[in-house]
Design a protein. Structure first.
Length: 436
């Protein structure tokens, strides 16, 4: 990986792209530290020392690079865009118009991207209103004496200004991500997500060292590093694993020329769903706790939710979290990969799987193989999301520590894709062909 980056910096046009990407990253991190107008920075910092995050709020805090609870202009980060993208993907299966746009190729995808932008702004407006309302009421930092003074001036003008600035910040983040995609290296939104998570890495590691008791905390620090390296290796191994379905294309004679007769394969990844099931499961689990938080109820059901679902270390929370991840892994794979459509396309172009008849038998075979490899993929996602959390809890790390389940999946996935893109562009510029 380091060799690829070194070679990229020696290539003039790739060096410009890398420097442009680094410049956008600096702007993004700078905006993540500019406080929102109308927010008391002193009171926010006082409450941050006692804050603990989990569930969906922890995910948003991680994706915003720590800007959410500091209530900065980039407080929402890229979370609205991620949510909008997921919603559009789900609606593509339900709404025929979106499904038709998806099949139109680049022009249809551009239209879907435009819809994603509009939905992102709408979600940012909604989430920004919710965050400002939560900060005004003091519910953003429960138990903090200064929580009610985070927004000293609670007039309508100040509130509307805060929401508009936060929404504009999200639109700016979306624009920065698209600039990286168009003129930089890699997928812009993925790069910004990677940077947001990596921003909390040094502080989280140093907190574990300070809280440790063995040899001034260095023993715990070293153990966490070793566990992290092992988990990174495991994730890289599984993320690269795939089942290759061989496909043979029959020869066709058109005039005096012969077409087809080639062999290829369909790559089915073990973790076909990626990080989406973990995000879905966290979001769904956070809903009951959010209802209790805003209702202020002290009834028996509210106490049960607080003790069993809101507490990320409780056994019911862990079991339900694991089951939801497995369920959403199968759900997302079912809506993102259509065996019937793949089988029809193969049949249209004269392709077939050796030993399997074209048409319906091919679709049934693909569905059978997909179900079999989704089981280990979903179990792997559930274990990766839970095991580091429980193991690192003894060292004082929270569930969104960079070596924890959600963050490690994103870091490794984005890192692998970016390195592949750099190597691909290097190969295009340095291809020697038959001259060597």
């Amino acid at each position: 990986m380091l060799t690829a980056f070194a070679r990229a910096f020696k290539t003039p046009d790739l060096r410009k792209k890398l420097l442009f990407t680094l410049g956008i990253i600096v702007i993004y991190r700078f905006g993540a530290h500019i406080p929102l107008p109308g927010v008391s920075y002193t009171n926010v910092q006082a409450c941050l020392d006692q804050a603990g995050t989990g569930g969906l709020m922890g995910l948003m805090q991680m994706f915003s690079g720590g800007a959410l609870l500091q209530i900065t202009i980039f407080a929402l980060g890229i979370m609205p865009y991620i949510t909008a993208s997921i919603i559009l993907q789900l609606l593509t299966v339900v709404i025929p118009r979106l499904e038709a746009l998806k099949k139109e190729g680049q022009s249809g995808q551009a239209k879907i991207t435009q819809y994603t932008r509009y939905l992102t702004v709408a979600l940012a407006l909604l989430q920004g209103t919710g965050l400002v309302a939560t900060a005004r009421s003091g519910a953003l930092f429960p138990g903090c004496p200064q929580a009610s003074q985070i927004v000293p001036d609670q007039s309508i003008f100040v509130t509307v200004t805060m929401v508009i600035v936060m929404t504009a910040g999200t639109a700016t983040v979306m624009w920065l991500g698209e600039l990286i995609t168009d003129r930089g290296i890699g997928n812009g939104m993925s790069i910004l997500m990677f940077i947001s998570i990596a921003a909390g890495f040094p502080g989280a590691l140093w907190a574990i060292k300070q809280q440790g008791d063995l040899a001034g905390g260095w023993i715990e620090f070293g153990i966490v590093i070793l566990v992290g390296l092992f988990m990174v290796g495991l994730v890289v191994f599984v993320e690269q694993a795939q089942r290759r379905i061989p496909v043979q294309y029959a020869k066709r004679m058109i005039g005096r020329r012969s077409y087809g007769g080639t062999s290829t394969y369909i790559p089915l990844k073990v973790n076909q769903a990626g990080i989406i099931p973990v995000i879905f499961a966290s979001s769904l689990l956070y809903i009951p706790a959010l209802i209790v938080q805003f209702s202020g109820s002290t009834a028996g059901w509210a106490r049960w939710v607080q003790d069993n679902l809101a507490d990320s270390a409780a056994t019911p929370h862990l079991v339900l979290y694991f089951l939801l991840i497995v369920f959403f892994a199968f759900f997302y794979v079912a809506i993102s990969f259509n065996p019937e459509e793949v089988a029809d396309n193969m049949k249209k172009y004269g392709g077939f799987i050796p030993g399997i008849r074209a048409g319906r038998p091919t679709a049934e075979y693909l569905s059978y193989v997909l179900n079999r490899i989704t089981w280990p993929g979903s179990l792997y996602l559930g274990l990766i999301a839970l095991v580091p959390t429980m193991a690192l809890a003894g060292f004082g790390a929270n569930q969104n520590f960079p070596f924890g389940g959600t963050s490690i999946l994103i870091i490794v996935g984005v890192g692998l894709e970016t390195v592949k893109q750099i190597e691909s562009q290097l190969q295009q510029r340095n291809y020697e062909g038959f001259l060597r």
